[in-house]
Design a protein. Structure first.
Length: 332
């Protein structure tokens, strides 16, 4: 064999491999257009919802923040005086008001008690739903959904009637049991009893969401896990603490954050049941305080500043809660 023939024979397989149809291209040489399209595809599906949320949330928050930096009272609304930029003057006036800090503390404490009570009642009834038969379960679900569907102003009015000092059935039942101190007792006169009354109503209209959500999560837990824990002699509380709660943690995170937001922004119950914040504002919370400043006193800029402060507090509390869960190694 000549040298030319041998060289051609050595090159022939190489040429065949290059011209073989259907040969795959290395991953590093592939075009990145497909991957880039895949990256943007979820955002295209989310675009309509993001546009709606932007119109309903972003723009109002922008207007809220803008008004909080202006001098915006009834004179500016009616056009009698021009609107002027005040910078942080509204916030300085707000933070220098002692009443504001008292309201902040009262709001945080009241919201914390409401959240804990709502979660406790909702989770307890969710576990109870898994222990009762079909008919009692259906009756409890319908009663809870009825409380959940009741408008806040309607529920607040009903609770005020139930605890009315003159005609309310609650006082009459307590007196019938021998508690004479509750005869003609006004639940809204004292600060703490008024807050307790509002607390009962808030829990009553909020626990169904927690109950239904947690119950759905419990039904998704494999029955073999719960049966094994029961066979090991674990009590109901221990099963909840060591088996159910860790498996339901993502659901509990959602209902806790929702409860924090709802209970921190309570307005209707306080306004209706304490007649605008109680005697001398003793039952004032931030939402009612902002309403009083913005509409009762026509200080719209101060009301907007309170709204911004409420937004920042909610963001801070939510982020701290999520950070604590991340430190515990939870996947969120």
């Amino acid at each position: 064999m000549s040298a030319g023939t041998a060289q051609h024979a050595r090159r022939a397989p190489t040429k065949g491999r290059r011209s073989r149809p259907g040969a795959t291209v290395p991953a590093g040489r592939r075009s990145g257009k497909g991957s880039r399209r895949g990256t943007w595809t979820p955002w295209l599906y989310l675009a309509p919802a993001l546009v709606v949320l932007g119109g309903l949330l972003v723009y109002p928050i922008y207007q809220l923040g803008l008004i909080s930096f202006l001098e915006y009272t009834q004179a500016q609304v009616s056009g009698g005086e021009p609107t002027t930029f005040q910078g942080f003057a509204n916030y300085a006036e707000l933070f220098g008001d002692r009443e504001f800090w008292n309201v902040v503390v009262a709001t945080l404490l009241f919201a914390a008690v409401c959240v804990v009570s709502t979660l406790a009642v909702g989770c307890a009834l969710a576990v109870l739903l898994t222990r009762v038969r079909a008919i009692p379960r259906l009756a409890l679900m319908l009663a809870a959904l009825g409380a959940w569907a009741t408008p806040a102003i309607t529920g607040s009015t009903v609770w005020v009637f139930l605890f009315d000092p003159d005609f309310g059935p609650v006082n009459r039942v307590l007196v019938w049991f021998g508690l004479s101190g509750f005869e003609d007792y006004s639940w809204t006169y004292d600060r703490y009893s008024a807050f307790a009354l509002v607390l009962f109503e808030v829990v009553w209209c909020s626990f169904p969401f927690v109950m239904v959500t947690v119950y759905a999560g419990i039904r998704a837990i494999p029955t073999e896990v719960l049966e094994a824990a029961a066979l090991d002699g674990a009590s109901t509380w221990r099963i909840w603490r060591t088996v159910m709660a860790p498996m339901l943690r993502p659901i509990l995170v959602v209902v806790t954050i929702q409860s924090i937001i709802w209970d921190f922004k309570v307005f209707t119950q306080i306004y209706v049941m304490t007649n605008g914040g109680g005697i001398a504002g003793q039952n004032m919370v931030l939402n009612v305080y902002a309403y009083q400043k913005a509409f009762a006193s026509s200080q719209y800029s101060l009301g907007s500043a309170i709204g911004v402060v409420m937004l920042l507090i909610l963001l801070a509390v939510t982020l701290v809660y999520l950070r604590l869960l991340r430190r515990q190694g939870e996947e969120l």
